[in-house]
Design a protein around this ligand. Structure first.
Ligand SMILES: [Fe+2]
Ligand SMILES: [Fe+2]
Length: 245
């Protein structure tokens, strides 16, 4: 479902409903970026038809310049083939920590992939995108990314949440994301958290926010949080404290 978040940031992608009635989002974010659109993740292959339609509606005749992959699991990379078939000049940008011959499909050509190095920033289509280690992740080659222009922090699997169906298309300022929704998601997405020090994890995440002017948090498995970032962080912190040691 296509929704405008703020500035030139859009959210597309669908969700899956579990048997217990809780929904999980699988989002793709797009920065229109004045003629060189930047995509963040490519969504799940099970939503291919809808995602490609939404992308074409949003982009019109303009080809995406780059698809930034937060990491290489299928819900994030499931449509790179369809995207590269539709727009063969588009480049992928993956973390330098991935193993390309193992984590990318065999048909991806070397010249189609660029690598982002944690702690650096690069210019893509005239826009600075910075790379940082994913602080909370389920694959080693997971990076978070930050777009200073819109203040968006792309957090991959972290900051997701499970939600009742009525929250499917609601941003945090339209329907409050509850601590319980965040906790349910994080305890199932990151099974190791009960063995983790919540205080240490949150201290590392604080550093990420202290160094940047974050105005939007963009999780793949939740909707963008775009209004009261401090309150969103408080609820996330509470969920982490309840899940971790
Ligand atoms: Fe993941
Ligand atoms: Fe994921």
């Amino acid at each position: 479902m296509l929704r405008h978040v703020r500035d030139d940031l859009y959210q597309i992608g669908e969700s899956v409903a579990g048997r217990d009635g809780w929904h999980e989002a699988v989002r793709v974010y797009v920065l229109l970026n004045d003629g060189c659109p930047l995509l963040f993740d490519s969504g799940s292959h099970i939503h291919r038809g809808a995602i490609m339609e939404e992308l074409k509606t949003l982009l019109g005749d303009v080809a995406p310049g780059y698809v930034f992959l937060t990491h290489t699991e299928l819900p994030h990379t499931g449509n790179i083939q369809a995207i590269l078939e539709a727009w063969p000049e588009t480049k992928l940008v993956a973390s330098s920590a991935i193993l390309p011959h193992v984590e990318l499909p065999w048909w991806v050509r070397e010249e189609q992939v660029l690598y982002g190095y944690a702690g650096t920033d690069e210019i893509y289509g005239g826009r600075h995108i910075s790379f940082l280690d994913g602080i909370l992740k389920d694959q080693p080659g997971t990076h978070w990314m930050y777009d200073a222009q819109s203040g968006t922090l792309f957090t991959a699997d972290a900051f997701g949440y499970l939600y009742p169906g009525e929250a499917d298309l609601k941003f945090d300022d339209e329907l409050r994301v509850e601590v319980e929704w965040l906790r349910r998601y994080h305890e199932s997405a990151f099974r190791f958290l009960p063995q983790v020090s919540g205080a240490k994890l949150l201290a590392e995440i604080d550093q990420v926010f202290d160094k940047r002017d974050v105005r939007v948090i963009a999780p793949t498995h939740g909707n963008a949080m775009r209004q009261d970032i401090d309150r969103c962080r408080d609820r996330f912190s509470q969920a982490i404290k309840e899940t971790c040691q």
